[in-house]
Ligand binder design. Structure first.
Ligand code: GLU
Ligand code: MG
Length: 463
């Protein structure tokens, strides 16, 4: 989108409004992700952009404590009652006309306090702060997402919650994609037109499952694009009469949808993760991996925080169910180191966190991941030797001897891990941490009355 990037927000809003209106765009959807990883939004007429660009649009402060069922978890600090308002401000440099919804443009929003000052519960600001802190120490990061999702036929009987896969495999086969050929083509075209750089798209392991990867970019762009990719995919599905589930586990017996996060950390043009089959070569890269490893149980409480996440984290499913180990290209490891090579170059090296899914707020998740990794560098942490095996196949005793244990498997265990970790809890800040945990507890209380399949079915289309 061409725009005036030098003027004040109001002037830029006026230029954008004129350009969008000339393009036939009716509304700008301003989106953010809440503490459940659920995108929320407000749509304004493009004519309102000059004003909205400066003062935003009003939304309730209570979005900080909306749970996955849209119930409000009152009670945490600042969230006692329904009185309050914050302003949702579109990020003008990210305004994108939606190829799949030509009457709409889209922009990520930032929540600010009613007086325009910082709002402690705004997740995008949390990541901005971490990126700024990294920049002050000459670090930059690259982040790439793999997004797995299920594609289904529309339900024939609303009473029947059985899912009808829109493809039936075989896994990774071009034939699997034939029945959804038009949808895949729309996703590819629209993603490109929306400014998303795709790595690849393929039929994944399970029936109905597809994976799309986004090329690595800076952390804020990666989080924004992860949200925009959801909108793009859902619009394409709608146009082709299909339904898409981004849920961590759409159904108990099906494949889980991991949203694996690949990160690399750079300084003065060098990829600190660079290395080969032994792992990162330098002490900084090793420290980064060790930092992630140290904080994994608390990180998972942010990167895979929902009841669906906990159901997904099963050993043997490439989802990263254990803490305490990492591996080089080990797909069962929660942290999979991806080395550089003669063919791919040193710059290719990165580390993938598998314990991550769509129910994570991407801004909070990336803020926490980068903070933990950088702390590992600053404290000169040294990781243990990488593991090539799947410890899920080992005896419990053998795992215990190697310091490998199940990641927190309940909300209470996740809360304990998060509260007990000053780095990860500190990234969120006290107020946001309490709101985040209040939402988790509300979800867990609701889910406790249900069996897992019911919970998964209720949240299948939320993300
Ligand atoms: N579907 C797996 C998950 O839940 C990941 C499979 C893969 O490694 O691509 O994360
Ligand atoms: Mg995959």
């Amino acid at each position: 989108m061409t725009e005036n990037v030098t003027g004040n927000p109001s002037e830029r809003g006026r230029d954008l409004a004129a350009a969008l209106a000339a393009d036939g765009v009716a509304g700008l959807t301003i989106a953010w992700a809440d503490n459940n990883g659920i995108p929320r939004s407000r749509t304004v007429p493009v004519s309102a952009l000059p004003q909205v660009a400066t003062s935003g649009v009003g939304v309730t402060h209570l979005f900080a404590v909306f749970d996955t069922n849209d119930a409000i978890a009152f009670g945490s600090p600042g969230m006692q009652n329904a009185s309050g308002d914050v302003r949702l401000v579109p990020q003008l440099d990210r305004v994108t006309r939606l190829a799949g919804q030509p009457a709409f443009a889209w922009a990520p929003g930032k929540q600010v306090a009613a007086d325009g000052g910082p709002w402690a519960f705004d997740q995008r600001s949390v990541l901005e702060r971490v990126v700024d802190r990294l920049a002050a120490e000459d670090y930059t990061a690259l982040v790439g997402y793999e997004m797995e999702f299920g594609v289904y036929e529309p339900e024939t009987d609303p009473e029947d919650s059985e899912l009808l896969p829109a493809h039936h495999g075989p896994a990774y086969s071009p034939h699997a994609l034939l029945p959804i050929d038009g949808f895949v083509a729309s996703v590819m075209r629209d993603a490109e037109a929306n400014g998303l750089r795709l790595g690849q798209i393929h039929a994944e392991y399970g029936p109905a499952q597809v994976e799309l990867s986004l090329a690595a970019t800076d952390p804020l762009t990666a989080a924004d694009q992860q949200l925009l990719a959801r909108q793009t995919i859902l619009a394409a599905a709608e146009a082709h009469g299909l339904r898409v589930s981004f849920a961590p586990l759409p159904t108990l017996n099906g494949a889980g949808n991991g949203w694996h996060v690949h990160t690399s950390l750079w300084r003065h043009g060098d990829n600190l993760l660079a290395g080969g089959p032994e792992g990162p070569r330098g002490t900084a890269g090793a420290g980064y991996v060790a930092g992630l490893l140290r904080d994994l149980p608390a990180l998972a409480a942010v990167t895979a925080p929902s009841q669906g996440s906990l159901a997904r984290l099963r050993p043997g499913f490439f989802a990263g169910a254990f803490s305490g180990f990492w591996g080089v290209e080990n797909r069962e490891a929660p942290l999979r180191y991806v080395p550089g090579s003669a063919l791919l170059g040193e710059d290719h090296a990165n580390v993938e966190l598998k314990t991550s899914d769509a129910s994570a707020n991407p801004f909070l998740a990336l803020a926490a991941i980068l903070t933990s990794g950088v702390a590992g560098i600053e404290e000169n942490l040294v990781p243990p030797a990488p593991t090539a095996e799947d410890p899920g196949t080992w005896k419990k005793k053998q795992r215990a001897a190697a310091g490998i244990e199940k990641l927190p498997a309940t909300q209470a265990e996740q809360e304990e891990a998060l509260r007990g970790n000053p780095r990860v809890a500190g990234v969120l800040g006290e107020e946001l941490l309490e709101a985040f945990l209040a939402v988790r507890r509300a979800d867990a209380t609701w889910a406790a009355q249900k069996d897992t399949e019911e919970v998964l079915a209720a949240w299948r289309w939320k993300y």
